[in-house]
Design a protein. Structure first.
Length: 372
C-alpha cells in the first residue's frame, strides 16, 4: 500500500527535498509510520514522488539528523523509537596528527582550543581524536559522537567522513578545502594568501621569487602553491621551477632539500625573495640564509605563513600571512550546531580572507644581489 500519496509539486517554490521531508514527517507524526517501522527505500520513494534519489537522500538525512529516523547499515531506514529534536552532547574533533602534541602546535592548537571554547559556551563536550591513517578511524566510529569536525584531514580519510555523513552524522571539514557532497567546509583562502605574498614582493621590485612548502598532498599546500604560481603569472613573471621546493614535513627540511636550497642561495642566480608556506619553514630558511652570511631583508626577503607569537620575535620580525583561525573555528562550531538542529547539511564552502602582516623581513629588491 502506498502511504506516500501522489507525486510532489515540482513547480512549487519550496525546494523538492523539503517537500519530501514534510511528506515523510507528516506520515510519522500522523502515526502512519510507527516507531520501529521500516520506511520504503530511497529508490522507491523517489519513483513514487517523482523526484531524484539524491533529493530523497537529502530529505532522509535531514530526518535522521533531527532524530525522527535512524539508519541501519545493510538493513534500511526505520522510524526512531523517540522521534524528538536531537540533543547535542558530544562533538568529536579528529586531528590529522599522531599525538597530543598537536594541541601545542599553533595551527592545530588554535583551531582546537577555539572550538573547545565555542562548544563549552553551549555546554557541549568536545573530544579530540588523533589519527595518522585510515586504519585509525574505527576509534572515531566507536566514539558515538553527535557530530564530527575534521581539522585539516588527510585526503585518505575522506571516504570515512563521507560514510559518517551518510549515516546522518553531521561532518564539517575545518582548515582544508576538500569538497564533497553533504560535508561543510570552513577554511581560509590559501590561494589568496599566496597571492598577497607574491604581490607584496613584486610591488617591492622582486622578479625572482622562490617557494618553499611542505607535505605536497596537503590541501593547504596545494592551494598555496597554486596561488603562488597564478599570482606570479598574473604579474607577467615566470615561475622558476628550480626555486620551488617541497619537503615532507612542516617542521623540518630534509637534508637533500636543504642541500639544494643552500646551493641555490650560494649561486649567482639565487632568488631575491622567498615565500615560505609555513611559519616553521620560514624560520628554518631564515636561519639558513643567516648561516650563509645573507642579510634578511637586504640580501633576501622572506615571507612566512601563519602568525604564532614566536614568529615576531625573530630579528628582524617576519612578514607573514595570518589566518583568522579563531573566527574559522567559531564558524565551524556554529555550522555543526545548526546542522544538528535542522538536520539539513548544506554542503557549503566558506573561505575566510587571510590578513597580510608587513614586518621587517621584506624590503625593496637590492640593486646588486650579494653572491657567495
Amino acid at each position: 500500500m502506498n502511504k506516500l500519496g501522489g507525486k510532489i509539486d515540482t513547480t512549487a517554490k519550496a525546494p523538492r527535498h523539503l517537500q519530501v521531508k514534510t511528506r515523510l514527517l507528516s506520515l510519522i507524526q500522523q502515526g502512519k509510520y510507527q516507531p520501529g517501522d521500516r520506511i520504503p527505500g530511497e529508490p522507491e520513494i523517489a519513483e513514487l514522488l517523482g523526484v531524484s534519489r539524491m533529493t530523497v537522500n537529502r530529505a532522509v538525512l535531514s530526518l535522521v539528523g533531527e532524530g525522527w529516523l535512524r539508519r541501519e547499515q545493510g538493513s534500511g531506514t526505520y522510524v526512531s523509537d523517540r522521534p524528538e529534536e536531537r540533543t547535542i552532547r558530544r562533538v568529536a574533533a579528529i586531528i590529522g596528527y599522531e599525538t597530543e602534541g598537536a594541541l601545542a602546535d599553533h595551527y592545530y592548537g588554535t583551531l582546537y582550543w577555539s572550538l573547545h571554547k565555542a562548544f563549552d559556551e553551549k555546554q557541549i563536550g568536545l573530544d579530540p581524536i588523533w589519527y595518522s591513517n585510515h586504519e585509525d578511524m574505527p576509534r572515531l566510529k566507536a566514539s558515538h559522537a553527535d557530530a564530527v569536525i575534521a581539522i585539516s584531514p588527510h585526503e585518505n580519510v575522506i571516504d570515512d567522513l563521507i560514510e559518517m555523513r551518510r549515516t546522518g552524522v553531521p561532518v564539517v571539514i575545518l582548515g582544508a578545502s576538500w569538497r564533497y557532497a553533504g560535508i561543510d567546509v570552513i577554511d581560509s583562502d590559501n590561494r589568496l594568501g599566496a597571492a598577497l605574498a607574491v604581490n607584496h614582493l613584486v610591488d617591492l621590485g622582486h622578479k625572482h621569487i622562490g617557494f618553499l612548502g611542505a607535505v605536497p598532498t596537503d590541501s593547504n599546500t596545494i592551494d598555496r602553491l597554486n596561488g603562488f604560481r597564478s599570482a606570479i603569472k598574473a604579474r607577467r613573471l615566470t615561475v622558476d621551477e628550480s626555486a620551488v621546493f617541497m619537503c615532507d614535513f612542516s617542521f623540518e627540511i630534509d637534508p637533500e632539500t636543504s642541500r639544494q636550497i643552500v646551493n641555490l642561495l650560494k649561486s649567482d642566480s639565487r632568488p631575491t625573495a622567498f615565500f615560505a608556506a609555513g611559519a616553521k619553514l620560514a624560520m628554518i630558511l631564515f636561519g639558513m640564509a643567516h648561516g650563509l652570511g645573507l642579510n634578511v631583508p637586504n640580501d633576501l626577503s622572506v615571507i612566512a605563513y601563519d602568525d604564532p607569537e614566536w614568529l615576531r620575535l625573530s630579528v628582524p620580525p617576519l612578514t607573514t600571512v595570518r589566518q583568522p583561525l579563531e573566527a574559522m573555528a567559531k564558524a565551524a562550531a556554529d555550522t555543526v550546531i545548526e546542522s544538528l538542529r535542522t538536520g539539513d547539511p548544506r554542503s557549503s564552502m566558506r573561505l575566510f580572507d587571510p590578513i597580510f602582516i608587513t614586518r621587517a623581513s621584506t624590503a625593496r629588491v637590492p640593486k646588486k644581489s650579494k653572491s657567495l
